[in-house]
Design a protein around this ligand. Structure first.
Ligand code: FAD
Length: 408
């Protein structure tokens, strides 16, 4: 570990999602012994992925959303403050909570995530969104036999809610302007297969652009740009998220569709760090797009912890995300939209993997279904930049883990 010259006496983390919590844990892991405060309106750090899956289905209790056992915080001397930060003053090292309490800290870490994006049409008040536990609690009673749910947006969250809702007996209509969503994330072949699973589960998929949600005598009606109408008891908009950057903006910290940070979470102010879904990283002169996935939020929290202590963060990881729907676990690593060629392994179904090879013969990305070992190995191969042959990739008998271990 590098330079440990600077150790702040106090750190306050704003936001206790995966990024803020992992930053707190990493600070202690790296031996930081100063005061550590975690501020969140919900108090205890909690997770989001189950909100569209097991928690929404009713098979996971609230306690299952916790990112750590309740006694972890006292054991690690992390003070939990239930509250919302209204403003930060980096020069003075303060943050002001709703209600007026002012907390003091040498270093502030912004891990504020984001809010669900709401569609911009007149009837936007008639749509629900899903980002928080209370959003999931509000959506849950709308699901079940005899109920109709229209979902705008068939990306990751929209598709997961569709799957959960259909499994509970809800009549689901899933609307998206593109015929096959998620192509950039998982590639054309896997995206087409995943999307086709909706129809098999009894979900009606519609390609169209919603332009409004009207109130009807029995619920709501989604109006599409071709004039067609879809009646539903409830309408969910799952059309992405907006990063929560207001605290940074108000404090004059550089923001461009996300708080701008380097590889160690440093913002444009030396006493303020940032991590998670609300940041955009600039490394090697390249400004990356925001990531909105769990693994990257956790890693960026850990990187910011290293940065706060003046230490080297762990090396960058190849991007990874997962999604669960219709009883399958899909994962993607690397860049499936990279320039190159596609190689398929197996046939659509469990074990099916699609690879994206780069023009230089290395692997750029991989995405698959119920194929954890292969995708973990693919992630390593991408990180190692090892050349791979199309025959090896397409042959289900070739264990990619052997290629990882083989000499270059
Ligand atoms: C329904 C759903 C399902 C998902 N499923 C998957 C999945 O299957 N796979 C995957 O890879 N990713 C998934 N994700 C994405 C993943 O959950 C996010 O990438 C991750 O939660 C981001 O972590 P974060 O800590 O940056 O932000 P968040 O989890 O949003 O946490 C930010 C926290 O900051 C708090 N906060 C904001 N402003 C303030 C303030 N002013 N003062 C105090 N606190 C504040 C918020 O209340 C929140 O608790 C899912 C997301 C959602 C919403």
């Amino acid at each position: 570990m590098a330079d440990t010259a600077f150790r702040p006496g106090s750190v306050a983390i704003i936001g206790a999602g995966p990024a803020g919590f992992s930053a707190a844990a990493e600070l202690r892991q790296r031996g930081y012994a100063g005061s550590l405060t975690l501020v969140d309106p919900a108090g205890q750090p909690h997770d989001r992925p189950p909100l569209s899956k097991a928690y929404l289905a009713g098979t996971l209790e609230t306690s299952g959303l916790a990112l750590a056992a309740p006694d972890w915080f006292s054991a690690n001397a992390v003070e939990l403050v239930t509250g919302t930060a209204l403003a930060i003053d980096p020069g003075a090292g303060t943050l002001t909570l709703a209600g007026g309490t002012v907390l003091q800290a040498d270093i502030l870490l912004l891990a504020t995530g984001g809010a669900a994006r709401t569609p911009r049409f007149p009837g936007t008040a008639r749509v629900q969104t899903l980002r928080t536990k209370s959003d999931a609690d509000a959506l849950r009673p709308q699901l079940g036999a005899g109920k109709r749910l229209a979902i705008i947006g068939a990306g990751l969250i929209g598709a997961e809610v569709a799957s959960t809702a259909a499994a509970l007996g809800t009549a689901v209509v899933l609307i998206d302007p593109v015929p096959v969503p998620l192509v950039p994330a998982v590639g054309q072949e896997l995206a087409a297969y995943l999307h086709s699973m909706h129809a098999e589960a009894g979900i009606k998929t519609i390609t169209g652009l919603p332009v409004d949600v009207l109130s009807g005598p029995k619920g709501s009606t989604v109006l599409l740009d071709d004039g067609s109408l879809i009646d539903a008891d409830a309408v969910l908009a799952a059309v992405g998220m907006v990063p929560e950057t207001r605290l940074a903006e108000d404090a004059g910290i550089a923001v461009d569709d996300g708080v701008l940070v380097d590889a160690a979470g440093r913002t444009s102010h030396p006493r303020v760090f940032a991590a998670g879904d609300s940041v955009r990283r600039r490394t090697g002169g390249v400004l990356a797009r925001r990531s909105e996935h769990w693994d990257s939020a956790v890693r960026s929290g850990r990187a910011a912890a290293a940065g706060i202590l003046g230490e080297e963060p762990e090396p960058d990881a190849v991007p990874w995300f997962w999604t669960d729907r219709h009883g399958v676990h899909a994962e993607a690593v690397g860049a499936m939209a990279a320039e190159g060629e596609t190689v398929e392994r197996g046939a659509p179904g469990p074990g099916y993997v699609v690879f994206r090879t780069a023009p230089d013969g290395t692997l750029a990305g991989a995405a698959g279904i119920d194929a954890g070992n292969t995708l973990r190995a693919a992630r390593r191969l991408i990180a190692l930049k090892k050349p791979v042959s199309k025959d090896q990739l397409s042959d289900p008998q070739t264990d990619l883990r052997r290629l990882v271990r083989s000499r270059p």
